[in-house]
Write a protein of this length. Sequence first.
Length: 402
Amino acid sequence: MSNSSILLISADEDIAKSVGGVLEGLEGVKLSRESSSVSKLNGTAVRMAADHNVVIFATDPSNAADLSAIEVLTEQRGPDTVYLALTDGDLPLSKVRALSRSGVDDVLPYPMPDSELAEQVNTWIEKRRAALVEKYSGDKAAKGRVIAVQQARGGIGATTVAVNLADQLLDRKGAFKKEASNRVILVDMDLQFGTVGDFLDIEGKGGLMQLASESFLPDVEWIEQSIDRTPNGLAVLSAPSSFVPLEAMQPQQVEALVQTLKTMFDYVVIDMPRALVTWLEPILTECDQFMIVTDTSVPSIRATRRLMDFVLADNVELPIEIVINHEKKPMFKAEHHKEASRALDMPFNHWIAHDPKAARQAVDYGKPLSEVAARSEIAKGIAALAKATLQALPKDQAKARV
């Protein structure tokens, strides 16, 4: 079970000290503070508020600037963030209603006994936690499909494929392609050298670092607290920003992570680590498609063969797809293409053209190819890969692998 994160916003030092002391005494709570009034919050603080489970702020509803600021704050709330307002206990009912209309979940009179404040906050934490569990339980749970993207050799572009495949799996609809049809998460399991966050200009919240450092099993609340979301709706769980030993992660943690993600998202795209470690097994067990990104050079084909032999040794039924990167699909396959296919005993159905200019442009802007170079050959190749994946792995039709 993860900690609940609470943000306390108050420019009043007495309130901050008194209320902060109560919150710090709550079990399983991680407290952050913002010494400011609601009306003076800058953009950074607003974004920070959206990243917490519970936001508690002192306010005077008679202050029009405060009410306007609260509306902005609640409009940018996280999907399951709770907002609690601390205000004068003698407040007229009309003022309480004004706060409620601004998006506040509850109005707490201040001052109140410490024990009562602790009880009120704990009640909201448990209510939020129960709602979150229910959101992804029973008929509401997704039947997520897991797609692992593995490089055959260094520098082959597996992360480029993973990032843009996840983006395309959103399958955006509408006149301006803004409405995502699918819930998709991209997980960077390359704990030491992962660059998914850099590709999408995301700093990350250190979730996987915490998971590797502490002995707990991730749950829905921890995942919601740890992921970032891009403007187009893609959820991202990025690799640690600091070095972490690969073996720090335990197989049971990875198993719980993947199984929980499957209940929350339609598609789980995992950018795999370069090294072959023990905790890969739970991913392979849950995997609906194992994509190996390679090219048709002799060293790469040999590396791909060794990788296939390794993963198939204990996972005979693992569905494998070969993605030929840095090469446009030929009209007629050359002899070395045919020989490579025979060596792997696999068809080459997916080809992605070499387009370093478009790839570099996407990385420099911190955006997927669909937003900066949608007409490039590389973007078209990955879009075709995503289309084939959606057809092969329709959501809500997951099947257990024997």
